[in-house]
Ligand binder design. Structure first.
Ligand code: HEM
Length: 219
């Protein structure tokens, strides 16, 4: 974290010096509202959020999807023969095994949900992944359906805090799977030596050793 902060501070400093900087950080550095711009600590916080929220999540979407395809080779074969199905695969993967299982919130008003009282000020854990498998919303909710018509899910949140990187993440995953579907048949996973992310907020792998054409390495 401290190394990351140092290098981001430097990037922010350079962006301040260059009014023509057309990167995302440049846009944040030079943005103003009522004549005020963001302070360095605010910029650093935003940079860290973007870096963390944008990396771990997309990595887990791609690795969860790859593991799923190796377990469900009939779907892998469908994608290999028709790569235009990959965006549908990414969308259904987000619903079926999204990388963010849930996030914490504080209730702002008293509310009753299915007989359970939640009071203003209570901490709640919004389980996006559970809502994504709600059988009142989806037909055969616990089944992976490549051709599912209802593509509305909670994997990237809902409302004012909806994921700012949603389109980028889906594009990254599409590019990755267009390549991966041809590589996966050469891969064998070594689950017994794998380790899942040990936090209940995220779904993914810390490490998952594999062999490619019989040659081993860890990813
Ligand atoms: C598969 C990949 C991703 C998943 C599953 C994901 C999921 C989420 C979720 C569940 C939220 C919270 C929504 C809420 O609080 O209601 C969120 C917010 C956010 N995401 Fe993503 N995300 C992904 C990729 C990205 C990428 C690539 C970036 C940036 C490059 C990003 C940046 C953010 C930021 C900055 C927020 C906070 C938005 C706000 O509070 O207004 N995410 N994301």
């Amino acid at each position: 974290m401290s190394e990351m902060s140092k290098s981001m501070q430097e990037i922010v400093k350079q962006a301040r010096l260059d009014p023509q900087n057309d990167t995302l950080i440049g846009a944040m550095v030079h943005a103003t509202e009522d004549g005020e711009s963001l302070r360095d600590d605010e910029l650093l916080g935003l940079c860290k959020l973007l870096w963390l929220a944008g990396n771990e999540t997309t990595t887990n979407l791609i690795s969860n999807g790859a593991v799923f395809l190796l377990d469900n080779t009939h779907i892998l074969e469908q994608l290999r023969s028709d790569k235009s199905l990959i965006p549908d695969f990414v969308e259904e993967m987000l619903r079926y095994n999204g990388p963010v299982m849930g996030l914490f919130r504080t209730a702002t008003v008293d509310v009753e949900i299915q007989g359970k009282q939640i009071r203003a000020g209570d901490a709640v854990w919004l389980l996006f992944s559970s809502g994504n498998l709600d059988s009142d919303v989806y037909d055969e909710a616990d089944k992976f359906d490549l051709h599912r018509r209802n593509k509305d899910h909670l994997a990237m949140g809902k409302g004012i805090h909806f994921c700012i990187g949603s389109s980028l993440a889906k594009l990254e995953a599409k590019v990755a799977f267009e390549w991966l579907v041809d590589v996966l048949p050469h891969i064998e996973l070594k689950f017994e030596r794998g380790k899942r992310i040990p936090v209940p907020v995220l779904s993914g792998w810390v490490k998952l050793p594999m062999t490619i054409d019989g040659k081993g390495f860890v990813a």
